[in-house]
Design a protein. Sequence first.
Length: 316
Amino acid sequence: MNLSIVIPLLNEQESLQELYDWIAGVMQSNSFSYEIIFIDDGSTDQSWNTITHISSKDPNVKGIRFLKNFGKSQALHAGFEAAQGDVVITMDADLQDSPEEIPELYQLITKEGYDLVSGWKKKRYDAVLTKNLPSKLFNAAARQTSGVKLHDFNCGLKAYRKEVIKHIDVHGEMHRYIPVLAKNAGYGNIGEKVVKHQKRKYGHTKFGMSRFINGFLDLVTIWFMSRFGKRPMHFFGLLGTLLFFVGFAFSLYLGIDKLIIETKGRLIAQRTEFYIALTCMILGTQFFVAGFIGEIMLTSTRKDSERYQISEKLHL
């Protein structure tokens, strides 16, 4: 099978039939063998009924339905597990991503040898203050901290070699950082393609300020995990040692001052340096122990908790 097209969605009933017709037309005109996997992330409208109707007429259309809204990362995770195509394309269901881009993305993976190609919505039709400006700030921070030089990390239109999506773990809100996850997993041949961005035709955006804030928090998490995830002692142990050394230095100074200089009429517990020394030594010990515990946890295996619950599947 040439292509798997993975489409997570939430309450996109109005756009699904039109999106399917558009994708099917592109697939047939390029003679691709394909599957379309819709992942209904707990929609409360008639999205699943529409998917069921489309699937009954086209066996290439498959569906996964979550019991409730678990998030885009979990939807992509489920889609990646089900995908069978040699090249996997992800796109949003709101008709803002153009299926006409798929053939060129496919060629970039199969002919140019990229592991991952990310779309770049160079010209956008979103609101400037609520989405465009936050996206620019977010992308600039992601480039600096990750070392992956993409202009648009959050573009839903991406192409992957099958091996990439089978070896990365997308969870939490990490769908924004799939290129970083791929790079950390050893798939560093990452490209970028300018893609056409279209105005939303139906419904409204699911983007909010909370997602913007969560995106930056997740960026800190992935930066830390990529640098110290396999060696927490290198971070916590070093920080703990430095703090403990600072506290010990203050303690030594207080001891020398008391025994030799004999500061008049002042108890050690009445001096500011005493509390600095005590705080630094306690914090240093705690950080060191945290790093030690982290190393122990890494040596043990544990089963990941289930991230989502599926109520129905079609043709899977």
